[in-house]
Every structure is written in C-alpha cells, then in structure tokens.
Design a protein around this ligand. Structure first.
Ligand SMILES: [Zn+2]
Length: 165
C-alpha cells in the first residue's frame, strides 16, 4: 500500500516508476558502460557513409541542432529512442517529458547505455553525454529535471531514431 502511494505521487505507471533500479537516488551521473556491451569503432569514412551530414556533425563532432528543429521534440507516442549511430536503446517514451526547451528531453535513461563527460564549450562547465556503444554525442544533462531523478537529459533529435511501439 505504502509503495503504491509512493509511486502514485511520482506519477506511477511510468517505466521508471515500476523499475526500482531506474528510480535510484540522485545524482546518477557516476555512470559506467553496461556489462558485455561491446564498443563500436568505425572510421570517419564509415561514419560518413552511415550518417547524414547533420547527423555526423552532431554525433561525431559534438554539434547541437537548433532548438525546436526536431519533430521528436513533440513526439508523444509510445516507443523507443535509439542511438542514430548504432541503434542502441537509450530512452523509452516513459522517460520523456516536455521541458519546453525545444529539444527532446528525458528525466531518465537506460542504465549502462550512456556515459558522461564534462565539457567547457560555452566556458561554463556542462555535462556532455554520449552513447556507451559508439561514443556518439547525444546531448547534455542538467539537474533541473522533474522528479524522480531531478535530471534533464537534453538530446539532439537527429542523434536519435524513434521506433514507435
Ligand atoms: Zn550509439
């Protein structure tokens, strides 16, 4: 009963609410690669062949797409968000919310499938995150997200492939 009430407060019914591991204490930025996940290494030519120019700029060069440019920002269907570079599952629709920033935003991620790194591109330290399999740059994570994690995974839509359920 107590547990049910707790989940209700958090907006129960979401995947994150149902899997105890995903609702672990914050901050969750001490990340490590999922066990057994093999790293994918391709040459620049191979990446160019696999990705569009814009995708290459984001995934391989750490670029950022303009706000409100991705149709995935307003995507509300149930489904999976996979790395556009290697198809690794990074987020599910249960983890998504509308942050109002103009980029697809998630309050949680599939553990072991993202790794973080500090960057200083805008002089202010930010936490960049990338796919744990192919190293593709996905976006930046901030601590102004909603409960239960308090995190906002701010992702480039072009770095993701959405697969409707
Ligand atoms: Zn990837």
């Amino acid at each position: 009963m107590k547990r049910r009430h707790f989940l209700g407060v958090l907006g129960g019914g979401s995947l994150a609410g149902l899997l105890p591991g995903l609702a672990a204490a914050r901050p969750k930025l001490d990340l490590s690669r999922a066990e057994g996940l093999e790293v994918l290494k391709l040459s620049e030519a191979e990446w160019r062949e696999r990705l569009s120019d814009k995708q290459f700029e984001i995934l391989r060069e750490g670029g950022t797409e303009p706000a409100f440019s991705s149709p995935l920002d307003k995507e509300t269907r149930e489904g999976e968000y996979r790395c556009a570079g290697c198809d690794l599952l990074l987020f599910t629709s249960d983890m998504k919310y509308d942050s109002g920033t103009g980029w697809p935003s998630f309050f949680d991620h599939v553990e072991g499938h993202l790794l973080t790194e500090r960057d200083f591109v805008l002089l202010i330290p930010r936490t960049e995150y990338h796919c744990a399999r192919c190293g593709g740059h996905q976006g930046h994570v901030f601590d102004d997200g909603p409960e239960p994690t308090g995190l906002r995974w701010c992702n480039n839509g072009l770095a993701l492939t959405f697969v409707p359920a």
